[in-house]
Write a protein that binds this ligand. Structure first.
Ligand code: ZN
Length: 442
């Protein structure tokens, strides 16, 4: 079956003015202006702006249950975390499942076709957190890099989280091996990949960081963690490890091209050079960084040094939405403050697609090109906010597109007419809203 997605209003690809042909889940042909490819069916796209499916490289799905939480709003990271850890300790399998479904659906509706999740909260009874996430992603047809997160450094040992949300190192490493063995797909077109993701310098021991890097090397999978997010983290690393965060990362054996870091804000020139030399990726999370007033990531300097730069929404409690198109717009506006007009809508769209794919170590997604996976996000410009817009691609970012009209993943339509296929949105909203009530304090 060759399907021609025909004559789009605009497309983020060169030589595809007449659209593209999808065959066996991949892009098999780009169609030039006025060309008529051989095909079995056509999809009229004259009202659509087509992007490669967006790729979200940092999230915490369970945090959709604690958005705009009264105990945490208007706080910076450490105080925000200390307020939320005991609340998150209430997470159970049912709530985790519905939070995962909601986050995946929200993202898909905003044009995301691949997402990572960093799940690091494992209160007693939530041993199958990874299995739940894989199950939900497969049901919805989303691609995912599911990261097995971890915390083993609690307050009593000098860390930030309470005992109620940490696990011991042996349990963590055994579960990492289990989920890699059970779910990690390799090669082109993989739907589910597993990454390993100790949470942060202030919630994980040095030994667990080191052992996790060894395990990632053994199984050839990705490594992920939060780093250089706040000045508080700098101070913690200096006090605890007698070194700055990036030196600590190197000491733990993490400076490698299999690593991508969330935030990466407080790096100096020498750090940036070192990150580029080792090919460490950075997931820029503009919305979260503005919400928590964490600082501004040096995106363009990082890219110039050879660092892959991707985008992430970050957990819903520090973004309060899982909308990566909104994140694209925030990336443009925030980076204009740092770099002026040097940053364009093409840059931020590249970060959300090719850059994010590089962070996840994938060359088969993130681009509309022959041989790539048929992962597409198609937007209509029919809302009031777009009326009068001249440049369709710029309009998506500048006018603030929020919702895709159609989304294709591996050649299958997952969103049609703005709605997820085969999912009852009203039911999802009411189930999730009910589950979230358990996370509010009396
Ligand atoms: Zn995060």
């Amino acid at each position: 079956m060759r399907r021609w997605i025909k004559d789009p209003l605009a497309v983020l690809a060169k030589g595809a003015e007449g659209g593209l042909v999808v065959e066996n889940g991949k892009i098999s042909q780009l169609v030039g202006r006025g060309e008529k490819p051989q095909c079995d069916s056509t999809v009229e796209a004259s009202q659509h702006v087509i992007l490669p499916g967006l790729i979200n490289t940092h999230h915490h799905f369970y945090q959709t249950l604690t958005r705009a939480h009264p105990d945490a709003i208007n706080k910076e990271l450490f105080d925000w975390l200390k307020a939320l850890y005991p609340v998150w300790a209430r997470l159970n399998p049912e709530a985790h499942r519905i939070a995962t479904r909601l986050a995946l659906t929200e993202m898909m509706m905003s044009g995301v076709t691949t997402s990572s999740d960093h799940h690091y909260v494992f209160p007693p009874g939530l041993d199958d957190a990874m299995d739940i996430q894989v199950d939900e992603a497969v049901k919805l047809g989303m691609r995912m890099t599911v990261t097995r997160g971890s915390m083993n450094l609690s307050v009593k040992d000098g860390g930030l989280p309470p005992d109620s949300v940490v696990q011991d190192q042996d349990t963590i490493l055994a579960d990492c091996e289990r989920v890699i063995g059970k779910y990690h797909q390799r090669g082109e077109g993989a739907q589910i990949q597993i990454g390993l993701a100790p949470c942060s310098p202030f919630s994980v021991t040095r030994d667990l960081m080191r052992e996790t890097a060894v395990l990632a090397e053994k199984h050839d999978c990705r490594l992920h963690t939060h780093l250089a997010e706040t000045h508080d983290e700098d101070a913690f690393c200096l006090a605890t490890f007698k070194m700055r965060p990036l030196d600590y990362l190197e000491d733990c054996g993490w400076l490698s091209s299999r690593t991508w870091l969330a935030h990466g804000i407080h790096f100096n020139d020498a750090d940036i050079k070192r990150l580029g030399k080792h090919g460490v990726g950075i997931c820029h999370c503009p919305t979260s960084n503005m919400t928590l007033a964490s600082g501004r990531c040096r995106t363009c300097d990082l890219e110039a040094a050879g660092v892959p730069v991707g985008l992430g929404v970050d957990g819903s409690a520090s973004n309060d939405a899982s909308n990566l198109m909104e994140g694209v717009r925030h990336a443009l506006l925030l980076n204009r403050l740092t770099y002026g007009q040097k940053v364009t809508h093409f840059d931020v769209l590249r970060w959300a697609t090719q850059g994010s794919a590089a962070c996840l170590g994938r060359s088969d997604i993130g681009e509309i090109a022959v041989g790539k996976q048929a992962d597409l996000a198609m937007f209509k410009l029919d809302e009031l906010r777009f009326s009068g817009a001249g440049d369709p691609l710029a309009a998506l970012v500048l006018c603030g597109a929020q919702r895709a009209d159609r989304v294709m993943i591996a050649g299958a339509w997952r969103v049609v007419d703005g709605l997820p296929v085969g999912l009852d949105l009203a039911q999802l909203r009411s189930q999730h809203g009910r589950a979230a009530k358990a996370f509010l304090n009396a």
